[in-house]
Design a protein around this ligand. Structure first.
Ligand SMILES: [Zn+2]
Length: 233
């Protein structure tokens, strides 16, 4: 079970990297251990998203302390530990410095349903604006978790994105779709802003159609990027 989870974590890193969400060695993915809700697996620091291996994955507890693994732990571990502490429904968290999400966060404007991806966030996309600095304390991690609330994602102003999923597949796809949604809106804003958008009813309907397909899309990306797709329902 843990080996399969580690493989999915490794593939999530490769997929996020292939989607241009890598920022050298920064950005991270975590997943809660299915048989131990107080611990989670985490991408190690000093490696790129595409460099996660079975050997360098670390295990961390909800206080942000590394409990297994020899590789260093990311300073921003508290984004993950505090969201996993606050949300028992969340099993996986992604944080990246995705470039369009960072640029969009500087506009100070609400995300609009320009394309299908924007509709996924039609329930609202909160913005954490307490600091633009790294999230290096438990207190700041709690503030990020509070800003996230019950949503799928939160933007960290002038910093990046955070997504929370019921699976690694879901958290990864939310990160990919949020980055694409920010890119779409930046394109529209550069032409003066949208004059046509999905209606709230259309956006909600699309959200309900897209999210259940995330496991299948992730499996496709595994085949495309990693050449080793696993079977998913
Ligand atoms: Zn960061």
């Amino acid at each position: 079970m843990t080996d399969q989870l580690k493989t999915t974590l490794i593939n999530a890193g490769k997929i996020l990297y292939s989607e241009q969400q890598g920022d050298d060695i920064f950005g991270h993915v975590t997943v809660r251990l299915p048989d131990d809700a107080g611990h989670f697996l985490m991408k190690p620091h000093t490696f790129g998203l595409e460099e996660i291996t079975m050997e360098n994955i670390i295990t961390v507890n909800l206080d942000g302390e590394k409990t297994a693994g020899s590789a260093p732990r990311h300073l921003e571990v508290f984004i993950h530990s505090e969201i996993l502490r606050a949300r028992s429904d969340v099993q996986a968290v992604v944080h990246t410095h995705a470039p369009h999400a960072v640029a969009f966060s500087a506009l100070g404007r609400p995300l609009q349903p320009v394309g299908h991806e924007g509709s996924v966030f039609c329930d609202g996309l909160p913005v954490f604006d307490e600091t633009t600095d790294l999230i290096v304390t438990q207190e700041r991690g709690k503030s990020v978790a509070k800003a996230l609330g019950k949503h799928h994602a939160v933007l960290l102003q002038n910093h990046g994105l955070v997504t929370a999923g019921r699976t690694i597949q879901e958290a990864t796809m939310l990160a990919i779709h949020l980055e694409r949604a920010c890119k779409s809106q930046l394109m529209v804003e550069s032409c003066g802003g949208a004059t046509r958008l999905s209606t709230p009813d259309d956006a909600k309907a699309k959200q309900g159609r897209i999210i259940p397909q995330y496991a299948s899309v992730f499996a496709y990306l595994e085949r495309k990027v990693c050449g080793c797709g696993q079977a998913h329902d």
